[in-house]
Write a protein that binds this ligand. Structure first.
Ligand code: NAP
Length: 294
């Protein structure tokens, strides 16, 4: 039995799909307020709970062989401290108590760079260390930005032809196909090269941010209009938000860190990934063409 947390999220939903297609037994940890009917229809066992409640985590881990932790914090659901840190620590403790065979943690690329202003990065790094010292078999996946994040932007571009680019247009990124990442997460419990490893995960190509509107332009056959806003615009918004909501101001620190830095994997890391998981990684363009309506 697999336990998947964040099962209604962008990634978690795809992980559950992959497992159900393989007829694996899967328990999906969802909130009562989540949209989980698709998961149920696919054959997943639904466990309703809140990851901020330790007793729900204890219940969810009973009889489980593998855990894939794919949840994450956002403004509405809880803080980085509660979800990216505490819930994962509780999951790891419950995994140990239940003799779980393998724990897969979705972390983030650059987690080990010591970004002080990014609560999610700090929480995930602390969890990585806790997991590595837990005695459990584990795989830590450190993905770059998800291709699925760009689907709504592509849909908006289709209507307007406009792309808002915040920050330096030359910043490099290797956006990962969220479908590839779901497959990688599932294969991590059995791929020998993934055991007790922290693995950087990205797409097969290093893009500059300015390449993204060009890709949209190719897909929709439209010359893109790019509006380039400086990063200080985010700083201004952050200061304003801080007067009203200090917690949101802290969360925006993670967002700013993502915009201000480069997140890409090297060709050697691409090769390592493809070898460990015996797959070819798909490009951003291939992924998007499957999801956007033309
Ligand atoms: N998105 C990216 O570009 C990116 C890049 C690198 C790493 N990551 C990491 O990858 C993971 C998955 O990201 P994602 O974009 O797929 O996340 P997402 O779409 O925001 O999904 C978050 C999931 O966590 C669940 N959740 C939130 N609070 C919860 C609570 N209190 N109790 C139970 N479940 C709760 C949400 O449930 P609801 O449906 O009920 O809200 C949802 O299923 C995260 O750890 C994230 O940090 C993401």
């Amino acid at each position: 039995m697999f336990l998947v947390t964040g099962a209604t999220g962008t990634l978690g939903r795809r992980i559950v799909r992959v497992l159900c297609e393989q007829s694996a037994s899967v328990r999906a940890f969802v909130r009562l307020s989540s949209r989980y009917s698709e998961l149920e229809q696919r054959g997943a066992e639904i466990l309703i709970g809140d990851l901020r409640q330790e007793r729900d985590i204890t219940k969810a881990c009973q009889g489980v062989q593998y855990i894939i932790s794919a949840h994450g914090s956002n403004e509405a659901s809880g803080s980085a401290q509660e979800l990216d840190y505490r819930a994962n620590i509780d999951l790891i403790d419950a995994a140990k108590a239940n003799g779980v065979e393998h724990f897969v943690l979705i972390s983030v690329l650059g987690v080990d760079r010591g970004y002080e202003d990014a609560p999610v990065f700090k929480a995930k790094r602390a969890v990585e260390i806790y997991l590595q010292n837990s005695g459990l078999n584990y795989t830590i996946l450190r993905p770059s930005g998800f291709a699925a994040n760009l689907i709504p932007l592509a849909e908006r571009f289709r209507q307007t032809g406009i792309y808002l680019l915040v920050g330096d247009a030359e910043t490099r990124t290797s956006i990962v196909s969220t479908d590839d990442l779901a497959e990688i997460a599932v294969k991590s419990v059995s791929a020998p090269g993934a055991k007790n490893q922290a693995i950087a995960v990205g797409g097969p190509e290093i893009l500059q941010r300015r390449d993204i509107p060009k890709i949209f332009g190719r897909i929709f056959n439209t010359e893109p209009i790019v509006i380039n806003a400086p990063l200080v615009a985010i700083d201004g918004i952050r200061t304003l938000v801080g007067f009203l909501n200090p917690e949101a101001q802290r969360s925006l620190g993670t967002f700013r860190t993502l915009l201000a830095n480069e997140f890409y994997i090297t060709p050697a890391e691409v090769q390592r990934l493809e070898q460990i998981y015996e797959m070819r990684l798909e490009t951003l363009e291939t992924f998007l063409r499957r999801y956007v309506s033309l």
